[in-house]
Design a binder for this molecule. Sequence first.
Ligand SMILES: [Zn+2]
Length: 200
Amino acid sequence: MKGKTHVGIGTVTFMSIYDKIPGGFSYIGLIVVIIGSLLPDIDHPKSIINRYILPFKNKFAKVAVYICIAVVVLYFDYFYTNEPALKALGLCLICIAISSHRNGLTHSLAGLGLFTLVCGYLDKKYNIPGIEYYFMIGYGTHLLCDMITRRGVPLFYPLINKKYRLPWTYNANSKWGSAFEDLLIILGIIYIIYRFPGIF
Ligand SMILES: [Zn+2]
């Protein structure tokens, strides 16, 4: 599934339930939803987030960059903070470095849990209320949406290495799959325009 489709579905979900989550609507919340909806595909060197992080969009650059960031985070944590969330972040970064697309941690519930732990730390440290909920909306809808594509996701990685998908799936790389995603985005934009006046 394309990055923009994940952003669209994450945003639509947020606009439908923001009044039911702690923190309600906020622009920071919307940005966190968007980041959460793009984050699982950080395991792909050509994904939207990696376009801004990696100097070269290939596997080697992905391994080198994420191992370096993990070393910096773990070094900082070891000498200065001793904070479980930063250890979790270091572990996530190592997993991002070594896993190939849709085969590892970022497309699993374990990845959702570890990154949510990091969000909880940011909430406490920088006082951003509700950041965990915003993040879970974006990240959770990404995993759910990848489950309606034929490739499925390793939901219970690293315990079970099987890929899970819903009973109805489509081929995201086909012409019809692409048209289906474009239709979802158009419907999503219409819904967001309809819901937007309600937040003021
Ligand atoms: Zn994905």
